[in-house]
Design a binder for this molecule. Structure first.
Ligand code: ZN
Ligand code: ZN
Length: 205
């Protein structure tokens, strides 16, 4: 296989899409990506002694083209351009998302997508009680498990990441409030959740 710039770029791009689908999240670190894909990267060009640098360079090219964004202070890349991961498409295929505005679409995806990676990780980290101030709106579903929705503090459609620090768990009422309240209320919910999430992450370890 030849390894000119174009094919390297297309190869890394496909590996990124595969990796995001496998982990069920569009946000990833270079280290996690590279260690998971080391074998296919090696097999793509076994003679290249600087594969890691090559991959980093391709990620930068993909970033310049807007396919991924890089958040320097967090060291995370986020995949753009594909709106939904394979598992999210699977879970939401009974609803028609095409007619919705980006904000409403985001709320619907968050409400319907239950088992994809980012939603699971948020529930594991933050539990099943609404994170909003002293909220006690939780309830159990018919199967006995708690009902909770996972919310992106900065929406993906506005450039948010689906890393843990941008996620929160909310009851259905406060989740609607976070999306559909007046601008001032939405801002105060967002600021509250930012503080609450970072406090919880810091106090977990
Ligand atoms: Zn939300
Ligand atoms: Zn609540």
């Amino acid at each position: 296989m030849t390894s000119d710039e174009t094919t390297w770029k297309e190869f890394v791009r496909q590996q990124v899409v595969d990796f995001c689908n496998e982990q069920g999240s569009r946000t990833f670190s270079m280290d996690d990506f590279y260690s998971s894909k080391e074998q296919p990267i090696h097999d793509f060009n076994p003679d290249n002694k600087h594969r890691r640098e090559k991959v980093r360079q391709q990620l930068q090219i993909l970033r310049d083209e807007g396919f991924i964004t890089f958040l320097g202070n967090r060291g995370n890349y986020t995949l753009r351009g594909i709106e939904m991961l394979a598992s999210e498409i699977e879970e939401t295929k009974t609803i028609d998302l095409t007619r919705e505005t980006p904000q409403r679409r985001e709320h619907l995806i968050e409400t319907y997508v239950r088992s994809t990676g980012w939603a699971k990780r948020a529930r594991e980290a933050f539990g099943h009680d609404c994170m909003f101030k002293k909220c006690d709106n939780g309830f159990l579903k018919q199967d006995g498990t708690p009902y909770i929705e996972v919310h992106h503090i900065l929406p993906m459609c506005d450039g948010g990441e689906n890393a843990l620090w941008n996620l929160s768990v909310l009851c259905a009422h406060h989740h609607r409030m976070a999306h559909f309240a007046d601008a001032e209320t939405r801002l105060s919910v967002k600021q509250y959740l930012e503080k609450e999430t970072s406090w919880r992450i810091q106090n977990q370890q």
